[in-house]
Each structure stands twice: as C-alpha cells, then as structure tokens.
Design a protein around this ligand. Structure first.
Ligand SMILES: [Zn+2]
Length: 115
C-alpha cells in the first residue's frame, strides 16, 4: 500500500513526536512548528483526519480553527507587526493532513513552509 505522508496523525497526534503546544481545544491543536521557517511559526490542525482544505466541510470546525488563529494573533499581538496564514494544497502540500501555518516576524534562512 502506498501510504500518504501524514506527519500530523502519525507523529504529532499520536504523541510520538514531542511538540510545544500553543493552544489546544476539543477539536484542534496549535503548536510551534518543529522546523520553523519564521521567528514565529505556528501550525494549526484539526485533530480528526481531514486531508486538505477542499475536504473541510464542517463549518463548526472551520469556525474553531479560525478562532484559534485569531486568538493567537491577538494574544501574541502579531497584528502590531505582521502575520500571514498559509495552507498548502496539491503538490505544494507535503503532509496530507490539513494544516495552517501562522507565521510572523522574520524568515529564518530559507523558509520551509512545506511540512
Ligand atoms: Zn491525518
């Protein structure tokens, strides 16, 4: 079987890979990127497996994900400097589990936003 790479189910949500949590809710998890490309680089994921943005049908989950993003932007006062949200799809998406990158500050060398 040709299993798709899913770092988030296989390593993060399973607890095998240690992460530093930023926010955790019933259905979502936000944590510091394990290989940050920016001085602030947080990944936000749903805890249930959703492959990509086009598979995100649950509007309550959409709301929860973006509420977390908004809360982090406010709590860390990223709106005072800069921030952006990225999600990758198609061939840009390395790990086939929906995730959003919230980045701010300065790029750290060659920004790696693929995972
Ligand atoms: Zn998954």
């Amino acid at each position: 079987m040709n299993k798709k790479l899913d770092f988030y189910c296989d390593e993060v949500l399973s607890g095998r890979f240690p992460i530093k949590k930023v926010v955790e809710t019933e259905n979502c998890l936000a944590f510091n990127h394990t290989k940050p490309g920016w001085s602030v680089h947080i990944v936000i994921i749903p805890k249930t497996h959703i492959e990509s943005l086009t598979d995100l049908q649950n509007l309550d989950l959409v709301k929860e994900l973006f509420q977390i993003v908004t809360d982090i932007v406010k709590t860390k006062e990223l709106f005072k400097t800069n921030y952006k949200i990225i999600t990758n799809g198609g061939s840009f998406q390395e790990s086939k589990h929906l995730h959003f990158h919230l980045v701010s500050g300065e790029p750290l060398g060659k920004a790696n936003i693929m995972v």
